[in-house]
Each structure stands twice: as structure tokens, then as C-alpha cells.
Write a protein that binds this ligand. Structure first.
Ligand code: PAF
Length: 325
């Protein structure tokens, strides 16, 4: 007994005297499940930061929407109860119209152009524009180009969309796009498998990885390679939390997030060809060459619409449209 007391006293003394280096923990949220595009970024970020900081930083990933949907996670980031989120560009729309510029339909020609613009000064303007809302924009990773799926019929032209109930993200711009295209857009937070299965909605639009990871091939017969919007994730931190970090930690965290984003974009793109093959094998009927010009024409007047009436947002859109010419 005496020996035990002595041991306990020794442990407590050492505990109080040695400055125990407790690792700082980052709470990171994503709405999607393992294997998803957001999760690839989150996992890589955790791996890089924990290795490069020699364990001074740890990262806990909360995935599958355990912290709520993407809008709710953005609110938590604003309040600093969540440090970092890998969040789809669409839901930022309810916080600031500036993100509409990067969600503009048929904006980027291809992946290379998306990278060039988003990693350049215009992308930085968007990231900086999030600060008044309490977000520190770190960088962009990606969902990829979005494509349409539905359970009713093959879609090749906008006329084929008539009457189709299409789920869209919680974004005024996305709703406006799908109304202009001629569908019946229904905003809904993620996930949506049950709603598709039960026929509450006929279709949805997302990049190829979503159809694979969420097994939409089980419930959506038709896919159209519309590539109507390039959909970035914005990798954001709580500005309140960020401002309390020292410059060295800020630089390390930013470097690891940029490294994770670069890794994930390549990983996502490398897998796309195999995904098309898999979805076809699973029985999806894929329209590889829809009448994209007809879809584009339907949304051609969007730049002059109410969606871009804020002068600063409109100016940024004009610069963006000029840059992608
Ligand atoms: O459609 C959405 O809500 C998003 O694209 C998703 C699937 C959550 C991935 O970012």
C-alpha cells in the first residue's frame, strides 16, 4: 500500500513539474462518407499535418454529416465550434453571393483552366471575400464537373428536362440554373438516396464519384454528361480560430491543406474513366454527347440577372468571364 502511495505521489509530481506537450487538436467536418471526394482531402490533410508537425497537431475527422449538413457546419465554423470544413461551393451561397462567381454554369472549359483560375489571383479574391462572413478560405479542392442523372428518361436536350423534379443544393444560383434549363428544381440538403428511391425527386446532379460512392446506379437509370458546373470544395477554417494561431502554425496548416487539395484533385480525375465504365456495367444508360450548346444558351443571360446584382460580385464575374475566354 505504502509503495503504491509513493508511486502515485511520484507520478503526480512528475506530471505537475514536466510541461506535458499536449497536441493541439483540429476538429474537421465533412458531410460525405469515407471514399468521397471531401474525405480524400480530409484524410490527406490529417496525414500531412500530423507527420509534418511531429504530432504537435492532431486532426479528428467528423464525417458522414455527424455534425449536420453543410450549411449547419458553416454556421459552426462561423461560431468557432468547428475549426475546419471541406465544404461544397454551392451551400456558401446562403452566406455570400460572391461564391456564385465560381458556381457559374459552363464557366471552366476543363480541369486545367479550373486549376489555373482557382489557384490564381481570382481564386484568391473569392477566398478573401469569405472573411467578412467569418471564414478563412484556405484553398480549393474539388467535387469535379457536375452531371445530371434521373430515373425517368434519357436526356439529350433541355426539352427532355420538362417536368423532371431535380434535387439541387441549397443555393439560389443552382435553383435558378435548373429553372432556366426547364426542369423543376427542388433544393434539398445532402444525403438524398431515400428521396431518389422513393420518387420524391426524379433526379439530381453531381460529379461521377457521387454516382459510384453513393450507388446511385441502383436507383437512377439515366445519366447525361452535361458538365454544367465545375463544383469546387472550399476548404475553410474558422476565422476566429485562425487569428489566434501563430504565424508558423498558420503557414503549416495552409501548406498541408494545399498539399491535400492538390493530391485530391489528381486522385479524383485519375479515377473518372474507370467510374464511367463501372456505371455502364452497373446498367446506367449514359448520354456522352448531349446538346451542350442548347443547355448553354438557356443560361446565357444569367450574368445580367438578379443573381449578380451586387456590383462587387458582378464586377468579379465580368473579370472571371474575361479570364476564361
Ligand atoms: O450535391 C451535393 O450536396 C454535393 O455535391 C455533395 C454530394 C455533398 C458533395 O460535395
Amino acid at each position: 500500500m505504502k509503495a503504491r502511495i509513493v508511486l502515485l505521489a511520484a507520478v503526480l509530481t512528475i506530471g505537475f513539474c514536466l510541461p506535458l506537450q499536449a497536441a493541439e487538436n483540429i476538429k474537421l467536418g465533412v458531410v460525405t462518407k469515407p471514399g468521397s471526394a471531401q474525405n480524400v482531402v480530409a484524410d490527406k490533410f490529417k496525414e500531412l499535418l500530423e507527420a509534418k508537425s511531429n504530432g504537435d497537431w492532431t486532426v479528428t475527422i467528423y464525417d458522414s454529416g455527424v455534425l449536420g449538413n453543410e450549411t449547419e457546419m458553416l454556421q459552426q465554423i462561423q461560431m468557432n465550434t468547428l475549426h475546419i470544413g471541406i465544404i461544397t461551393g454551392g451551400p456558401f451561397d446562403t452566406f455570400t453571393p460572391i461564391v456564385r462567381v465560381i458556381n457559374y454554369p459552363f464557366l471552366f472549359k476543363d480541369n486545367a483552366q479550373a486549376d489555373e483560375i482557382l489557384d490564381g489571383p481570382l481564386g484568391q479574391e473569392i477566398l478573401d471575400g469569405l472573411e467578412p462572413m467569418g471564414f478563412k478560405g484556405l484553398c480549393f479542392s474539388e467535387n469535379g464537373f457536375r452531371n445530371l442523372t434521373n430515373s425517368k428518361r434519357a436526356v439529350k436536350t433541355p426539352e427532355d428536362l420538362k417536368g423532371l423534379k431535380i434535387r439541387v443544393m441549397n443555393s439560389a444560383l443552382h435553383k435558378t440554373i435548373w429553372r432556366a434549363l426547364g426542369a423543376n428544381p427542388t433544393p434539398m440538403a445532402w444525403p438524398i438516396y431515400t428521396e431518389l428511391q422513393q420518387g420524391v425527386i426524379d433526379g439530381q446532379e453531381n460529379p461521377l464519384w457521387v454516382m459510384e460512392v453513393y450507388k446511385f446506379y441502383e436507383i437512377q437509370k439515366y445519366m447525361t454528361m452535361t458538365r454544367h458546373v465545375y463544383s469546387p470544395h472550399i476548404d475553410v477554417a474558422s476565422l476566429k480560430w485562425w487569428r489566434n494561431l501563430d504565424a508558423k502554425d498558420q503557414a503549416l496548416i495552409a501548406e498541408c491543406m494545399k498539399g491535400a487539395a492538390k493530391f485530391q484533385r489528381k486522385d479524383n480525375r485519375d479515377k473518372d474513366a474507370a467510374r464511367i465504365k463501372l456505371l455502364q456495367e452497373k446498367g446506367m444508360q449514359i448520354e456522352m454527347h448531349p446538346d451542350v450548346d442548347a443547355f448553354r444558351q438557356k443560361v446565357a443571360s444569367l450574368a445580367g440577372s438578379d443573381m449578380f446584382k451586387d456590383p462587387a460580385v458582378h464586377d468579379l464575374l465580368v473579370k472571371m468571364l474575361e479570364a476564361v475566354k
